[in-house]
Design a protein around this ligand. Sequence first.
Ligand SMILES: [Zn+2]
Length: 430
Amino acid sequence: MRGIALPAATLVLSGATFFALSGRWPWRRLSTLPAAPAIVTPAPPRFTEVRDTLRRGETLSDLFSRHNVAIDFQRLDPSLLLNPRRVRAGLIFSFRRMLGDSTPTQVMFRTSPEQRVTFSRIATGWNATAQPIRWQSQVTRVEGFIEHSLYEALDAGVSDEQLDGSNRRRLAWDLADVYAWQIDFTRDIHPGDRFQVAFERLVSEDGEVRLGRVLAADLTISGKSLTAFRFGGGEGRSALYYDTEGNSLRRAFLRAPVEFRRISSRFARARFHPVLGRTRRHEGTDYSASPGTPVMAAGDGVVLRAGRAGGYGNLVEVRHLNGITTRYGHLRGFARKIHRGVRVAQGQTIGYVGSTGLATGPHLHYEFRVNGVPKDSRRVQIGNGTPVPADSRTAFEQERDRLLAILRNSETGTPALAGQVSESATRWLP
Ligand SMILES: [Zn+2]
């Protein structure tokens, strides 16, 4: 037995050795089976990072000394746009420290959404460099029905992945600004009205998301479509939006002389003043807003009076072109330098919401008068806006058609919301 067993074992072993050395096995290799999860030991972190916020009343040196960092800010490169005396509270700093080191080797923070500054420790002190943060623009389109307010519709129609809550709020405000001359969002919105909006969603290389510009929009209010296209330069309210024909949406008068973003949610649910109600003939429009809310001149003009006026309480009256005057009553006080004879611009703050005169609660009483006769400011025809300059006409039409295709294309962006229409008294938010 032994004489046979040994050569047989030798044969098996040498065969195995041959296959093993040649890299070929006569049976299925294990590696063709589903791979077992590879266990990779992560490299141990070589540094720790601590974040800290510049507190109110604190200097940069105060904050840095908390982390054992002393920087002579006077010696920094002025091109970094960092004035240590003008850095705002709330700014977040990251302190990176190598393990076993008592002092950070790097301090990073952002001076703006577009710039990151890094302080690096070098042998002789600290070195500062600025890096641009790149943001990529993605055009996003949303549409839906408005049940209660534009804000609520946008809040429901835009997902958290698209824009977070505060950016959704900004989108509602920006959109309200686009239509500030066409729509009084506190009164004109009704259940079943529709919106379409195309805007820029900016994504940073760190994956942050924020709202860019509103590019185009369409609001269908009581069956009437109001389309807006961004064209030309400018930011925010000063941006230029045009209708399909190329007329500016800007008009001589704002629809409402209070900013919606200033109207607190507490007042957002009280549409009519509880005392004035609708029981007596009323020659103006009341806007419930918290005391101190800035009141804007509805149009360019000259202050006729700013002072006490019986039941109006503190009143500002402004004279405009074409026999038009506007009145702003029950003010808590007047803005600086607002008195008789002073020229005011549309949107300029002239006073603050209060409850002086015959008012039991804080609200603005607004009147629009033509040749001394009060008119419903919403029904007054205020003409067409200025058209696109003739030499930009072709460029406008190309841009309009491009934006219109984006606005109408239901393939992109979010699918339409289910349009549940219900009656509601809450229409204060834009
Ligand atoms: Zn009133």
